[in-house]
Design a protein around this ligand. Structure first.
Ligand SMILES: NC(=O)C1=CN([C@@H]2O[C@H](COP(=O)(O)OP(=O)(O)OC[C@H]3O[C@@H](n4cnc5c(N)ncnc54)[C@H](OP(=O)(O)O)[C@@H]3O)[C@@H](O)[C@H]2O)C=CC1
Ligand SMILES: CC(=O)[C@@H](O)[C@H](O)COP(=O)(O)O
Ligand SMILES: [Mn+2]
Length: 384
């Protein structure tokens, strides 16, 4: 039977890669809904190719334009309500959560509550509300299959293993665009430089997170929630080639690693077709041609965002939510040219220092913490 998919964030980097996987296997997948923000041209192209019955766009204007330019009658909804409707679309059995940022949390939760299997790329929803997301998934009997490359690697390494045999997880990090830059040089780092990821082609926000190593920090928190491991058993290792996507060390000293060329279609197909594997036209790994792989410890002094994320993850409560929201706003301000690169970590620190944490927040308290932190980060004058 075909998997009936909704893709939240279909016009983005993960969304388009997901559609590539679908295009290679039309016998396995059917698109029953697409949701995006403002990229009307790309959405019209997708609608005319995949003919989904339901589409959601961020605004009424974008929705109307998609409707008018589609080559067949498609229902187009919009805004936060539109996203929620798409996430719960009754025809779907699987939702790919690939919006960027904490706006991914409400539709991901709605899809879980509606009983859909989740392919999760939107790591921010676990950073913001991991305990609630995992609790709701358990209650609804829903599987959350990781799309993020490191978590897909960990998931693959765990295949057939008992939880009790796991000693630690090792997330690999490319080191990002500024891996070899001295701290002093980071002061003048530009947007164009931050967007030059050494190995992956991705959306702007995650690429800047990768340059500050906040991406790895978000991924540590994501791994904690997905795999239920305490933070002192999650390690980060810089691996500049991004060939080993992550590793699991077991009690007997054995280490399992998942390798491959850096291509998101591989973890996406694994999440979409689990427990099977489908053929893919991805580039094959040639280790003889690569010759050597390199590893080093992460530098928490040059890249303090990684330590901030470990600390907030360990502390729990509203702190990861506030850190995530402050980071989103700070990255946005950097991308808009309003603040320098190093202001990202300063804004996050300042907002965290001003926050009064709540230990076991309800969902409403998480949304309130997110709203408060956004406002605080938007007006923060740190390092500007
Ligand atoms: N890219 C990658 O390879 C990887 C990404 N991830 C994670 O996956 C998620 C998506 O990343 P990525 O694909 O790179 O991001 P992109 O920026 O490429 O895409 C983001 C998507 O979100 C949509 N969007 C933005 N704002 C809104 C809104 N207000 N309402 C509805 N939709 C909106 C965009 O629509 P539009 O463009 O139409 O405005 C787009 O479809 C992130 O959480 C990221 O960390 C994880 C691993 C790898
Ligand atoms: C492809 C993917 O999963 C990204 O999240 C990737 O991890 C970014 O690379 P680094 O954060 O390791 O630079
Ligand atoms: Mn990743």
């Amino acid at each position: 039977m075909k998997r009936r998919l909704i893709i939240l964030g279909s016009t983005g980097s993960i969304g388009q890669n997901t559609l590539e996987v679908v295009r290679e296997h039309p016998e396995r997948f059917e698109i029953v809904g697409l949701a995006a923000g403002s990229n009307v041209d790309e959405m019209v192209r997708q609608v005319n190719t995949y003919r989904p019955p339901l589409v959601s766009m961020a605004t009424k204007e974008a929705a109307e334009e998609v409707r008018l330019r589609s080559s067949f009658p498609v229902r187009v909804v919009y805004g936060e309500e539109g996203l929620l409707e798409a996430a719960q679309q009754p025809d779907a059995d699987y939702v790919v959560s690939a919006l960027v940022g904490s706006r991914g949390l409400p539709p991901t939760l709605a899809a879980i509550r509606a009983g859909k299997t989740i392919g999760l790329a939107n790591k921010e929803s676990l950073v913001m509300g991991g305990s609630i997301v995992m609790e709701e998934a358990k209650k609804a009997g829903v599987s959350i299959l990781p799309i993020d490359s490191e978590h897909s690697a960990l998931f693959q390494c765990l295949n057939g293993e008992r939880d009790a045999s796991v000693r630690r997880m090792i997330l690999t990090a490319s080191g990002g665009a500024f891996r070899d830059w001295p701290r002093e040089r980071l002061k003048a780092a530009t947007k164009e430089e931050a967007l030059q990821h050494p190995n992956w082609s991705m959306g702007a926000k995650v690429t800047v997170d990768s340059a500050s190593l906040m991406n790895k920090g978000l991924e540590v928190i994501e791994a904690h929630w997905l795999f239920g491991l305490p933070y002192d058993r999650i390690d980060v290792l810089v691996h500049p080639e991004s060939i080993i996507h992550s590793m699991v060390e077991f009690e007997d000293g054995a280490v399992m690693a998942q390798l491959g060329t850096p291509d998101m279609k591989v973890p996406i197909q694994y999440a979409l077709s689990h427990p099977e594997r489908l053929s893919l036209s991805a580039e094959r790994l040639d280790l003889a041609a690569i010759g050597k792989l390199h590893f080093r410890e992460p530098d928490f002094e040059r890249f303090p965002c990684l330590k901030i994320a470990f600390d907030c993850g360990r502390a729990g409560g509203t702190l990861p939510t506030v850190m995530n929201a402050a980071n989103e706003v700070a990255v946005n301000r950097f991308l808009e040219g309003g603040v320098p690169f190093l202001a990202i970590e300063e804004i996050i620190r300042e907002v965290l220092n001003r926050h009064t944490p709540t230990a076991r927040p309800s969902l409403d308290e998480l949304f309130e913490a997110d709203r408060w932190a956004r406002e605080a980060a938007q007006h923060s004058g740190a390092a500007v």
